[in-house]
Design a protein around this ligand. Structure first.
Ligand code: AP5
Length: 212
């Protein structure tokens, strides 16, 4: 089953995807993670994407779509969670046609609903392991030792786009470009809306119910 997990920046897409991978064997395609890897590796894609990401703007559709096509094409039979993709209607239409080429499709689109008032504190307080990518939060999910990853001992950092001015811009991009996908998936009859405000395990239970 292919799932699209979408919602505002900080709504918990990455956190819930990690649980789906660990407990239900899904494979994740996170365009944010793929883009950050491309930036770190100084690839041509990374160099083109960096200025958009640093400002909090969306990376142009064609760059992201090509990147996703490459990943799907290398493993077309796997069940994917699409985390942070699609983010525009053009991306959604491309994803449908890419999957159709492999005789599959988007089976469920799950919208994680979290009010804006909570998003800012989730994002400014997020800390990410530089080495393994594990996600923590200074208050909601602190690491045992300040600044050090519990899983691999790597250094915890604040993402460049997790500062208030960039977050504001990401939220605007989300409202303008991504929120309308709710209607898009509703019309396709595959939309589920999930309250993303409870404890992580409570949200995950809701996710499992949708998938059952
Ligand atoms: P991306 O990395 O996809 O960022 P995002 O969508 O803004 O999402 P986040 O990773 O910030 O949040 P999340 O929902 O995964 O939340 P998380 O689980 O970490 O994209 C970054 C940039 O790349 C974009 O701005 C854009 O430039 C570019 N990009 C990426 N994809 C693109 C595309 N398709 N098209 C164009 N451009 C693209 O949780 C956040 C925090 O909250 C954590 O600290 C966590 O511990 C905490 N938390 C999670 N759940 C809970 C809970 N239930 N209760 C309390 N705290 C919680």
């Amino acid at each position: 089953m292919n799932l699209v997990l979408f919602g505002a920046p900080g709504s918990g897409k990455g956190t819930q995807s990690a649980l789906l991978i660990e407990r239900m064997g899904y494979t994740q395609i996170s365009t944010g993670d793929l883009l950050r890897k491309a930036v770190a590796n100084l690839t041509q894609l990374g160099q083109s994407a960096k200025s958009y990401m640093d400002k909090g703007d969306l990376v142009p559709d064609e760059l992201v779509i090509d990147m996703v096509r490459e990943v799907i094409g290398s493993n077309p039979k796997i069940s994917f969670i699409f985390d942070g993709f699609p983010r525009t209607e053009a991306q959604a239409i491309s994803l449908e046609s890419m999957l159709a080429e492999f005789k599959t499709g988007i089976h469920k689109a799950i919208f994680l609903q979290v009010p804006n008032s909570e998003l800012m504190s989730r994002l400014t307080g997020r800390r990410v392991c530089q080495k393994c990518g594990a996600v923590f939060h200074v208050r909601n999910k602190p690491s045992s030792k300040d600044g050090v990853c519990d899983i691999c001992g790597g250094r915890l950092i604040q993402r460049k786009d997790d500062f208030a001015d960039v977050i504001e811009r990401r939220l605007v991009a989300y409202e303008e470009m991504t929120l309308p996908l709710k209607d898009f998936f509703q019309k396709k009859g595959i939309l589920s809306v999930l309250d993303g405000t409870g404890e992580t395990e409570v949200v995950f239970s809701g996710l499992k119910t949708i998938l059952s």
